[in-house]
Design a binder for this molecule. Structure first.
Ligand SMILES: [Mg+2]
Length: 219
């Protein structure tokens, strides 16, 4: 049994790469945005990718990285509109719905805790219909720090009141798991296949699930 569910009363779930296939975001930022940028600036696709890569890299782990308004302004593209254009690619990862159904019948409080911007969150909830499974949905934009920042967690705790010792966080980002660990969240689980089109990742520092069936034992 990977988790002793009797010891858990709050479950914090990440969205992209944990519940939803990261293929959408990867495709969006690595292919679709460069394509639109290339068209707008009259560049080749390769030149556009090369121009964008350092810009993306320099913003990793910041709140702006997740902010659609920020990128719309910097790139002069309608990022929210472009996301909507390829929203057909938004997909729930295998066995997530079963897991959420089971969790709903159980006693734990379930919170979606995401770095996604409200526009992106709205688009994804609208596409996947997962919203009813959560007791609360928190976007880190409302708290002013991304989850990678250790200042995020005390603010979340103040707002949502949970006990670190009986809280489980499932997140595909190691940087997020590290900051949650530093804050003291006792139960941490990673995801080894956040993108259905990419090979399984090797995760060393945390226990990792390939899909949610592994967590349904004992729930
Ligand atoms: Mg994620």
């Amino acid at each position: 049994m990977m988790i002793d569910w009797k010891k858990i009363d709050t479950v914090l779930l990440d969205m992209d790469g944990t519940l939803l296939d990261l293929n959408f975001d990867n495709h969006f930022w690595k292919e679709f945005v460069p394509l639109k940028y290339a068209q707008q600036k009259d560049l080749s696709l390769d030149a556009a990718k090369q121009a964008l890569e350092p810009q993306f890299k320099s913003m990793e782990g910041t709140l702006e990285w997740y902010c659609l308004d920020y990128w719309s302004e910097v790139l002069q593209l309608d990022i929210a509109g472009l996301k909507a254009e390829i929203s057909g690619l938004i997909a729930v990862l295998p066995h997530v719905t079963e897991f959420l159904e089971k969790l709903q019948q159980s006693s734990q409080r379930v919170l979606l805790v995401t770095n996604a911007h409200r526009d992106s969150l709205g688009l994804k909830m609208g596409k996947t219909c997962l919203q009813p499974f959560f007791d609360g949905i928190i976007s880190s934009h409302d708290l002013g720090f991304p989850k990678e920042n250790t200042d995020f967690w005390p603010l979340l705790q103040q707002q949502q009141t949970f006990d670190k010792n009986t809280t489980l966080l499932i997140d595909d980002s190691l940087a997020v798991l590290n900051s949650a660990k530093q804050f003291g969240i006792a139960h941490l689980i990673s995801v080894s296949k956040p993108d259905s089109r990419q090979p399984k990742k090797t995760v060393i520092d945390y226990r990792a699930i390939e899909d949610f069936r592994e967590l349904m034992i004992g729930l």
